[in-house]
Design a protein. Structure first.
Length: 277
């Protein structure tokens, strides 16, 4: 999967990459969102993009953010992401997206109207199809939603679908619901909502050796963490999987071996998957 940065859309490299992606294609099929997960509630959007791409010779792409806009707007009040950019990009590629357009949300970007945003997508990445959720809104002061996008689609010549929300046992699947599940240490519910196990990305943490294991400061983690306590987990590294015990305290997160053995090199650590109780 190719990565294109929003602020580099007009660069020679990006234009060449877009041209190579759309070679013998009629344009792109897109979906747009934070996709913090991504979770089962997003699958209907993704399925629609892939179907349209297949039927109309389009390249499937996804437009998302480096960090959730909520983390920028809420600041210290933001509880944390469900997944990191590394985890999200890996999932997008696994699902079959050919490219990802990454936006680094800023105050300047937030001043852009929705109309201008979609006009740029049509002109630069040749958007010919768009799928978003029914409550999707974007642009300065959230000036553009499904009804406005439908008008833009007729004006600019792209197809548009507003896809209904997905529910599980009568409950809407959302990133907020997954956060609450993790905050309650209900990893089974988090997995049901995500469609795969909740992973804690540990690649950017500053791990140091400690008595009986390794530890890192809590502030290194941008993801939501379960409550303070001890958790059985599997540590994933470049060399395989290792059973560990994770201890979450007020200031540190530590990992200790659950059995005999030794920790792999710190630079090879990738993620932690909590075991279901």
């Amino acid at each position: 999967m190719k990565i294109i940065r929003w602020d580099e859309l007009d660069s020679t490299d990006s234009l060449f990459l877009l041209k190579s992606l759309c070679h013998e294609a009629k344009g792109t099929a897109l979906t747009i969102g934070g996709f913090d997960g991504p979770h089962r509630g997003h699958l209907s959007l993704f399925t629609s993009v892939f179907q349209q791409a297949h039927e109309h010779a389009l390249v499937p792409g996804i437009v998302t953010f480096v960090r959730s806009p909520g983390s920028v707007k809420k600041g210290p009040q933001y509880p944390g992401d469900v997944s990191t950019l590394t985890l999200r990009l890996g999932k997008f590629e696994e699902l079959g997206f050919r490219f990802c357009l990454l936006i680094d949300f800023s105050s300047d970007f937030g001043k852009m109207s929705g109309g201008v945003f979609f006009e740029i997508l049509v002109k630069t990445v040749h958007m010919r199809y768009l799928a978003v959720g029914p409550d999707f809104r974007c642009g300065h002061r959230l000036d553009t939603g499904p009804s406005e996008i439908a008008d833009l689609a007729r004006r600019d010549g792209f197809r548009f679908d507003s896809i209904r929300q997905v529910e599980l046992d009568g409950v809407r699947i959302s990133s907020s619901a997954i956060r609450k599940a993790v905050q309650s240490a209900d990893f089974a519910l988090a997995e049901r909502l995500l469609g795969y196990p909740f992973l804690l990305d540990i690649t950017t943490s500053h791990w140091i050796l400690s008595v009986g294991g390794i530890e890192a400061p809590v502030e290194d983690f941008t993801q939501i963490l379960p409550p303070a306590g001890r958790y059985a987990a599997d540590l994933v590294s470049d060399s395989g999987t290792l059973e560990v015990v994770m201890h979450i305290a007020s200031r540190t997160v530590s990992l200790g071996l659950a059995g005999k053995g030794s920790f792999p090199p710190l630079r090879s650590l990738r993620s932690v998957q909590f075991r279901l109780s």
